[in-house]
Design a protein around this ligand. Structure first.
Ligand code: HMG
Ligand code: MG
Length: 312
């Protein structure tokens, strides 16, 4: 790996746990628990939290309480709260919930587009056009996700050109930021270099984000590769929560605690308090009745317990 001279001084971490993380949970999580989680994440200092998803409750029941969550949270000054909005119905709900950013979500794979949002890539771009226009009219930030940028659970290989093509179409809708998403966590660092290298010809690198799931344990390596490639925005999920209901077997996003530990070690500023994120991760994992998936989070929590024990 190359010397850290090429590394940025600062990156933006978008916390997606309350949405990407929790959307996959089978048991209904009370809105009060989600609110407590978002509030803890706000206090930890994230500049951007993906807190809601205004999709069909028949498709993703866990997100049905999104309006309640948005109404209940204590908003931090300057913090951007984002919500997924696949169509105008979702947009209207997001607007009423006073989000600062709406997220349209397309795919680089036709098969995934059909399974996830029930339409082709071309049809999705047409639906997104109205959402994009409405976002601009109301002065909201517009972000887009490109799912399956490194592989698809249904069609397998996804060509780099199809990632570049969808990115260009989303750019033309006026997006402020575009997420290059490894939905099923199959990427390796060489592919990360190749994809970001190509996509950067379509959209400014500084507005592209790396959204890595950790299914094959490659996410931290992939983030390092993305940093080398010039990416400065990353998505992660507290306690490594999640998966995608339309990508069976895919595990959660890379754990935020692990990403923050990496950034600390590299001397890269995030503005986020790792200890408070560890607490938030332990809080939600306790509620879910399982251990957090974050290696760094669990190590830090174990060390604390050790210290407390030795004081007794
Ligand atoms: P559809 O069935 O084709 O839509 O679904 P429709 O327009 O025919 O409507 C069907 C019913 O849904 C109607 O209700 C609508 O009112 C309702 P009914 O009349 O039958 O009672 N409906 C809605 N309800 C609430 N909010 C809405 C909404 N829209 C329609 N916005 C649709 C099309 C897109 C709605 C559906 O496929 C859907 O909701 N999909 C969501 C899938 C999803 O959320 N996937 C997970 C998030 S993506 C992800 O995780 C990837 C990401 O993390 C990046 C990565 O890792 O790759 C972002
Ligand atoms: Mg995701």
């Amino acid at each position: 790996m190359s010397a850290s001279a090429t590394m940025p001084k600062q990156v933006k971490i978008v916390e997606v746990g309350p949405r990407d993380g929790l959307q996959n949970e089978k048991e209904t999580i009370p809105a009060a628990v989600k609110i407590e989680l978002v509030d803890r994440l706000t206090r930890a200092g994230f500049p951007n939290i993906e807190a809601a998803s205004f999709v069909s409750p028949k498709w993703v029941p866990q997100m049905a309480t999104s309006a309640e969550v948005m109404a209940g949270i204590v908003r931090g000054p300057g913090v951007i709260y984002s919500a997924l909005t696949p169509n105008m119905k979702g947009f209207e709900a997001a607007l009423a919930s006073k989000v600062q950013e709406v997220v349209i979500f397309g795919a680089a794979s036709e098969a995934f587009s059909q399974k996830n949002i029930n339409c082709s890539i071309a049809e999705s771009i047409e639906r997104f056009r109205d959402v994009a226009q409405a976002a601009k009219q109301h002065g909201l930030r517009l972000r887009a996700a490109v799912s399956c940028a490194f592989g698809c659970p249904y069609q397998g290989e996804v060509s780099i050109e199809s990632v570049a093509d969808v990115t260009a179409r989303l750019r033309d809708l006026g997006c402020d930021e575009i997420d290059i998403a490894d939905t099923i966590g199959v990427a390796t660092p060489n592919k990360v270099h190749a994809v970001f290298g190509r996509v950067a010809h379509e959209f400014p690198l500084a507005q592209l984000s790396g959204h890595f799931h950790d299914t094959y344990g490659q996410a931290i390596g992939n983030i390092y590769a993305a940093l080398e490639a010039g990416v400065i925005i990353f998505h992660s999920s507290v306690a490594g929560l999640g998966g995608c209901p339309y990508a069976k077997g895919a595990t959660g996003n890379v754990a935020t605690e692990d990403v923050l530990y990496l950034m600390q070690g590299l001397g890269i500023e995030t503005g986020v308090d790792l200890d408070m994120v560890v607490d938030a991760g332990q809080f939600i994992s306790a509620h879910l009745g399982r251990k957090a998936v974050s290696r760094a989070g669990n190590a830090i929590a174990a060390k604390r317990k050790d210290r407390e024990g030795s004081r007794v």
